[in-house]
Design a protein around this ligand. Structure first.
Ligand code: SF4
Length: 82
């Protein structure tokens, strides 16, 4: 268990947030992620798929704006916690 495990998610994994998430439109979003239904990486954590970084839409995502976040590539870095 790491120190990060004790922290709370910044973005709750609600259906509404999943629908607003721009991950499926991301150039880095691949077939494996789609097959596994992975979205909302800023809440659900890093992808379990191989990741080739081609870009990141998080900067213009409504979820990001709503929770006042400024990060990128949550698919690699994992969930935002505080
Ligand atoms: S900030 Fe990025 S990971 Fe989080 S919901 Fe938006 S597109 Fe998905």
């Amino acid at each position: 268990m790491t120190e990060n495990d004790d922290k709370k998610l910044v973005v709750p994994p609600t259906q509404e947030n999943k629908q607003k998430c721009l991950c499926p439109d991301c150039p880095s979003y691949n077939q494996c992620m789609q097959d596994k239904g992975e979205v909302l990486f800023c809440s659900s954590g890093a992808t379990s798929c191989e990741l080739e970084k081609w870009g990141c839409p998080c900067v213009r995502c409504p979820v990001q704006l709503e929770y006042h976040n400024i990060g990128l590539f949550y698919s690699e870095k994992g969930a935002l916690k505080k």
